[in-house]
Design a protein around this ligand. Structure first.
Ligand SMILES: [Zn+2]
Length: 411
């Protein structure tokens, strides 16, 4: 296993580019310091948010969540081998590596993402398109991968007044390989709307969540085909054995331009309506199995900022984002820029209730240390698809994945 400390400088430096380009879209070096541009007149806060009653989640009851009695409990005299395999195999302890794959919001409109403007290279490097993501789901499913909740990998206990994360046995159907899914920056920043991502998540008529956008043609509409969240929801509905106990993924949110496409900063002119709509969407997402994580408020580079700045930033997240998502103990380092365990900034984040710290690395890596879970995530994006195919083979095989729509980009 590679020491993550050794490989991080390179990774974080390259990952920094994604936000460099992102920030360039905001015309500021630091998202934390940039005021929200009033932006192209924001669409009215999802009118559908007007409380359509939520239907019970189809995934609330886990298929096979309670293990059936062990086959071995059959009378030992039964010597004739059973001719048919049990339709609900008993879960067994899984001891292998746990993959953690992360994405950014999907490219819904390649003609905007790869149009040759100054952000196109960033989009080519750090994002995946809808067809690419759908192919990946098919390949993962074919290879017996199964979504698991990040929270199923640990349990928390209180020790000496402190919350600590402890390893927890992962029980899975035999033959299944677990992976955790996370999505960073699912905030729909202004630059994302201008460059081919969806604009926000909105309620769908069936109680779940779909994507809304103003298309390059100027139409304002929803599609379940524009974002990872509804795509995964639909895939799991069609293939319930792709999700263990209803697991979906972790949505990592900043706050500097609101959350999920809602401008929920208190200084936003649409604050009240957007807050209400965001709360509704978040409730639906949670019901459907999605979890939330902090990605800091201002997308700060934790290794680089001062402790004072990190405190200010975290207080803003706790004031503006946590009331929407509810408490979370998961912190996902922006830029994958982790700090050592002996750094006062790490102790500070722990004191704020974070027990799980996710960074970035090229292969599955997780350790429990001093009451925390620290886990690397693989970045699944254009860079990975172009330069790390060998490493991705166990996940996706050698199926061609790169979307020809990427070739639209100039240069
Ligand atoms: Zn990020």
């Amino acid at each position: 296993m590679i020491d993550p400390k050794k490989r991080l400088p390179m990774l974080s430096a390259s990952l920094a580019l994604v936000l460099m380009s992102g920030c360039a879209g905001n015309g500021a070096a630091s998202p934390g310091r940039s005021a929200i541009p009033s932006g192209p007149s924001a669409p009215p806060a999802a009118s559908a948010a007007a409380s359509s009653p939520s239907s019970p989640s189809p995934y609330a009851t886990a298929p096979g969540g309670t293990a059936p009695p062990a086959a071995s409990s059959a009378p030992p005299s039964a010597e004739v081998p059973s001719p048919s395999p049990s339709p609900t195999p008993q879960a067994v302890e899984y001891k292998g590596p746990v993959e953690h794959l992360f994405f950014h919001p999907l490219v819904a409109f390649p003609e905007l993402a790869f149009d040759g403007d100054r952000i196109s290279q960033g989009y080519d490097d750090w994002f995946v398109t809808v067809p690419e993501f759908k192919k990946m789901l098919d390949e993962l499913y074919k290879r017996n991968y199964i979504l698991v909740n990040l929270t199923s990998l640990y349990r928390t206990e209180t020790e000496n007044g402190k919350t600590v994360a402890k390893p927890q046995k992962l029980m899975l159907p035999p033959g299944k390989k677990p992976f955790v899914l996370s999505v960073d920056d699912i905030n729909y920043y202004d630059y994302m709307r201008e460059n081919g991502n969806a604009w926000r998540l909105v309620p769908d008529t069936d109680g779940s969540v779909t994507a809304w956008a103003r298309t390059p043609d100027g139409e304002e509409k929803t599609s379940r085909d524009w974002e990872l969240v509804p795509i995964v929801d639909d895939f799991v509905k069609a293939h319930p054995d792709f999700s263990w106990e209803g697991a979906k993924g972790v949505l990592a949110l900043t706050g500097y331009q609101g959350v999920l496409g809602y401008r929920t900063r208190p200084d936003s002119p649409t604050y009240e309506a957007d807050k209400k709509a965001a709360l509704d969407v978040i409730a639906r997402l949670k019901k459907d199995g999605w979890l939330f994580a902090s990605h800091s408020w201002g997308h700060v580079d934790v290794r680089e900022v001062s402790l004072a700045r990190l405190k200010q930033d975290t207080e803003k997240w706790e004031r503006e984002v946590e009331p929407l998502t509810g408490p979370t103990d998961i912190f996902i380092y922006p830029y994958g820029s982790r700090v050592p365990d002996n750094d006062p900034k790490f102790a500070y984040l722990r004191s704020q209730g974070f027990d799980v710290f996710c960074s970035v690395g090229p292969s599955p890596y997780k350790i429990f240390k001093d009451g925390t879970l620290q886990m690397d995530r693989r970045h699944i994006d254009g860079v990975a698809l172009r330069t790390q195919r060998g490493r991705l083979d166990p996940l996706f095989g050698d199926t061609p994945l790169l979307d020809p729509a990427r070739d639209g980009k100039a240069g």
